[in-house]
Design a protein. Structure first.
Length: 182
């Protein structure tokens, strides 16, 4: 039996147990986030996306992860405080989880197996190598702020590289295309 995206046990950033079942029927953008990353300013754009499309049954979901360059060292409480004070984040945040490797959270095991290819991954790999960092192997998440677009039925329909900005035309178009489907 295949496990549904909506059945995977999670914790909200406040520590309460939850699943994504409360988001069933919505278009979702699942993002592994970090507070001390060069892409951290994307929080502002992600919040803007969330606010822009929230009334159309869309939500950004943030999953803090410390897998890349130890760029999310804080506790859940510290992460939540940072997101509120620095970016006024209102989209749902979840407890810090591993998104790569052997201990990868079941949510990310589900996401990466459902959509093993990251769009524009090569450019991100080149950038990382320029910083003398070896990228993860496919199908692993390549870095902080990788984005998974989920349709209303819980299917992973697109996967965007971390350097795809929240206001990138291809991301906006993909979100709007999913929202247009009934």
């Amino acid at each position: 039996m295949t496990v549904s995206l909506y059945d995977i046990p999670l914790k909200k950033i406040d520590g309460s147990d939850v699943t994504l079942n409360e988001h069933q029927g919505k278009v979702l953008l699942v993002v592994n986030v970090a507070s001390k990353c060069g892409f951290t300013p994307q929080y502002a754009g992600l919040e803007k996306l969330h606010q822009t499309y929230q009334s159309k049954n869309f939500s950004v979901l943030g999953f803090p992860a410390n897998d890349f360059g130890a760029q999310e060292p804080g506790s859940d409480a510290e992460i939540q405080q940072f997101c509120q004070t620095s970016y006024d984040v209102k989209f749902p945040l979840y407890s810090k989880i591993p998104v790569t490797g052997e201990g990868k959270h079941p949510l990310y095991r589900h996401l990466t197996s459902a959509k093993p290819e990251t769009e524009d991954r090569a450019g991100m790999e080149t950038m990382l190598r320029g910083y003398k960092m070896e990228p993860t192997a496919k199908p692993e998440v390549v870095w902080n702020f990788e984005k998974f677009l989920i349709d209303r039925k819980g299917n992973v329909v697109r996967r965007f590289a971390p350097d795809t900005a929240p206001d990138a035309a291809k991301l906006i178009e993909a979100i709007e295309a999913e929202l247009a489907k009934v």
